[in-house]
Design a protein around this ligand. Structure first.
Ligand code: NAP
Length: 278
């Protein structure tokens, strides 16, 4: 009994700031929550899984390739994060259903959904893009994010609420050169956030969005791998470096946390100050 009291006090000490006496915002404010993050075996999705997991959420990671899922699960487990993984191509309805069902079966419910998956199969003048390009981009980047949300909402309602985050892009505000269809798909997510937030507020589900600038991942390698291109790009930024995935993951975790309990229907741009220079 005395040992239990001692351990409790040591644990409380770890959670309390010795200077202010206030509880630290340790990474435990999402304890007991279950978070699905799509496309989460690399880049921003993986960083979001880490940020949510370090705050105590049980994270469900997925992507198209089993080997990538296995690697991500191993990494997260090595960081003492509670994690479940499966393959899911968000463009396929049977995969989306399998992901949600597996989450319910193995984790008992779902509280957080991060719609992070996106593709960009086209670079060039927008008038050269084909119907097949538009179908692919809108299916994966927009429709699947909406359909994942629609699948998950009834289960969040059963838990008394939840949080949905869409991953858009600064290109959603200002289309990037040669990335017309992709940029338009990201603009759609800004609208989807605003369309869903009022409908879901009465269910205590908040809907927000994050719009990253250029972040160092495989997806954006063309913008930072070549030093000359990267240097040119950095001139447009107040903070003269390319962002790191963790700098988006942390914002996503914030949007899902209690600290963001009065935020819904909003998009946070995380660009290193790009808009100050436009
Ligand atoms: P990334 O590092 O290339 O990671 C992409 C992840 O998505 C991988 O885990 C990949 O794994 C998975 N994936 C790809 N297609 C998928 C699909 N159809 N279904 C499920 N998973 C899929 O990409 P990222 O840069 O982190 O991008 C993540 C999000 O951030 C995207 O929405 C992107 O538009 C947005 N964003 C990125 C930047 C940037 O500069 N990086 C800027 C603005 C916005 P598999 O290959 O195993 O499927």
């Amino acid at each position: 009994m005395r040992l239990r009291v001692m351990l409790k006090s040591v644990f409380r000490g770890l959670l309390t700031n010795p200077v202010t006496g206030r509880r630290n915002m340790t990474q435990s404010n999402l304890a007991g929550m279950v978070a699905i993050i799509t496309a989460s075996t690399d880049g921003i999705g993986l960083a979001a899984a880490q940020a949510l997991g370090h705050r105590g959420a049980h994270v469900v990671v997925s992507s198209r390739r089993q080997a990538n899922v296995d690697k991500a699960v191993e990494l997260l487990q090595s960081q003492s994060i509670q994690v479940t993984g499966t393959t899911c191509n968000v463009g396929k309805s049977e995969d989306r259903e399998k992901l949600v069902q597996m989450t319910l079966d193995q984790c008992g419910g779902v509280d957080i959904l991060v719609n992070n998956a996106a593709v960009n199969p086209f670079f060039g003048n927008i008038l050269d893009s084909t119907e097949a390009v538009w179908d692919k981009i809108l299916d994966v980047n927009v429709k699947s994010a909406f359909l994942m949300t629609k699948l998950v909402v009834p289960h969040m309602e059963k838990r008394g609420g939840g949080s949905v985050v869409f991953v858009s892009s600064v290109a959603g505000y200002q289309p990037m050169q040669a990335l017309g269809p992709y940029s338009v798909s990201k603009t759609a997510l800004l609208g989807l956030t605003k369309a869903l937030a009022p409908e879901l507020a009465h269910s205590n589900i908040r809907v927000n969005c994050v719009a990253p600038g250029v972040i160092k991942t495989r997806f954006s390698a063309a913008l930072w791998q070549d030093e000359d291109v990267a240097d040119e790009f950095k001139k447009q930024l107040c903070i003269k470096r390319i962002g790191e995935p963790e700098e988006i993951g942390g914002v996503i975790a914030f949007l899902c946390s209690k600290e963001a309990s009065y935020i819904t229907g909003e998009t946070i741009t995380v660009t290193g100050g790009m808009s100050c220079r436009l």
